[in-house]
Ligand binder design. Structure first.
Ligand SMILES: *Cc1c(COP(=O)(O)O)cnc(C)c1O
Length: 434
């Protein structure tokens, strides 16, 4: 009898708590600093734009934080997501390694981002907030927040980077379908937007500019809060549902990975798959576990950035965070993995990298698309260009095993599907990628 390809987890076995890695860090992290006073941020600094319970989570030292029932219920739209053995890819590569991936493309908006948009909307709603405002690059985060806001009967306003607004109309349509208002940023609705437009009326926009616009709107309205889809500690926390499920699923088939891989934009899907395994490495139970974050060589935050205090946005409204950064005025080249075009990275992921607990690698766009095509043909899933960075590293690891004869178990996160990225694949097929 052939072995199962997919490991499903019964919904009754879903994790009931988020895992907070802040409780287990071997060395303390540098605190975020107030942008004006340069003093460590206190909760009151953040209450004008964030829900109180999210601020508590941001700074919490509790190892496990309970997932509210309403959030667990909504996760059941798609969770637990399947753990899949990439057995066809193994055959194509002719590797003795075993390759598994967690398929986050199974979520309602096609990526892992609903794992955090749902609790973020929930905690804001609970506190009486009526509207959420945010930025989005390629649109995955905007779609996920729009869906969560509709469920909790809240307004949703999205500042979408103008070049994506024009190039990726379908994610804008998705947001509209779920009742969100979408602006092409920079707009003339905010001072930050007007400043940029005064200098360059044809500005294509950037994630940094869109964050400045969204924060400005949230600060001005009492019934409106701001939300961020990556980078912050509470976002990493919510995503740990991915790795916790994966751990249970691997246990069910008597497996444990030797290598855990995720792509890194702001760091959230990587944190999601990796942190529950980092826990085992930190405790000494799995000392040799290798954990790798993968980024584009054109936006090489971990591999080429500096570990220093920097702003999260262009205008300098956000707290200063100690992180690997290419500089808050860095405008990444317009590669097709839009979700990986960010100048900084999660302070926790940065800290773990700085301490040598996790590793990192970087690949060129063309190699990423070749890996994506190989994977799609083998496993019949069209991956998001972002996720394909993790695929590329998994393939490299499997090929190393082929050389050495090692039978490693490789686990990677497939953060999203690429059905709305077919325009990018079209360019790849026509040899039009830089
Ligand atoms: C947003 C996104 C990313 C990058 O964000 P992280 O916070 O680094 O996970 C990666 N993959 C997909 C599919 C995304 O939507």
């Amino acid at each position: 009898m052939s072995k199962n390809k997919i490991v499903f987890l019964d919904q009754s076995k879903s994790p009931t708590h988020y895992y907070n890695i802040l409780a287990d860090l071997p060395t303390p992290m540098a605190p975020p600093l107030h942008p004006a006073t340069k003093q460590p941020v206190v909760p009151e600094d953040l209450t004008p734009i964030f829900a109180k319970e999210l601020i508590e989570q941001e700074m919490s030292g509790e190892r496990y934080i309970e997932i509210p029932d309403e959030v667990q219920d909504l996760y059941k739209l798609s969770r637990p997501t399947p753990l899949i053995r990439a057995s066809n890819l193994e055959k194509v590569l002719d590797t003795p390694a075993k390759i598994y991936f967690k398929y986050e493309g199974a979520n309602p908006t096609g990526s892992h981002k609903t794992n955090t948009s749902i609790p973020q909307a929930y905690y804001n709603k609970k506190q009486g907030i009526k509207n959420l405002v945010t930025e989005t690059g390629a649109g995955q985060w905007g779609c996920s927040l729009a869906l969560a806001c509709k469920h909790f009967d809240m307004g949703c306003e999205v500042f979408m980077v103008k070049v994506s607004y024009e190039q990726k109309p379908y994610r804008k349509t998705f947001m509209g379908l779920f009742g969100a208002t979408v602006h092409a940023s920079p707009t003339n609705l905010t001072n930050s937007g007007r400043n940029v437009l005064a200098k360059d009326p044809n500005s294509p926009g950037s994630l940094g500019i869109a964050i400045s616009e969204a924060v400005e709107v949230a600060v001005q309205r009492d019934d409106t809060n701001y939300t961020l889809g990556s980078v912050l500690n509470h976002v990493m926390l919510h995503q740990t549902i991915i790795g916790q499920e994966a751990k249970i699923q691997m246990e069910l088939i008597d497996e444990y990975p030797d290598v855990v891989i995720g792509c890194v934009g702001g760091g959230s899907n990587f944190a999601g798959i990796a942190f529950p395994f980092v826990q085992d490495k930190l405790s000494g139970a799995k000392k040799n576990l290798e954990i790798i974050g993968v980024e584009p060589s054109s936006c090489p935050t971990l591999t080429k950035g500096k570990f220093e205090y920097d702003f999260g946005d262009e205008a300098g409204f956000t707290p200063l965070m100690k992180m690997y950064t290419l500089g808050h005025d860095f405008i990444p080249p317009s590669i097709h993995a839009g979700g990986l075009r960010y100048h900084g990275a999660s302070p926790i992921v940065s800290h773990l990298y700085h301490e040598g607990i996790i590793g990192a690698s970087a690949y060129d766009q063309l190699d990423i698309f070749k890996a994506a095509q190989l994977f799609a043909q083998a496993e019949a899933i069209v991956p998001a260009p972002e996720s394909s960075h993790a695929i590329k590293e998994a393939i490299e690891q499997a090929l190393k095993c082929k050389e050495s004869g090692e039978k490693k178990t490789i686990l990677f996160n497939l953060s999203g599907h690429g059905f709305l990225d077919l325009g990018s694949y079209e360019k790849f097929l026509n040899n039009e990628l830089d």
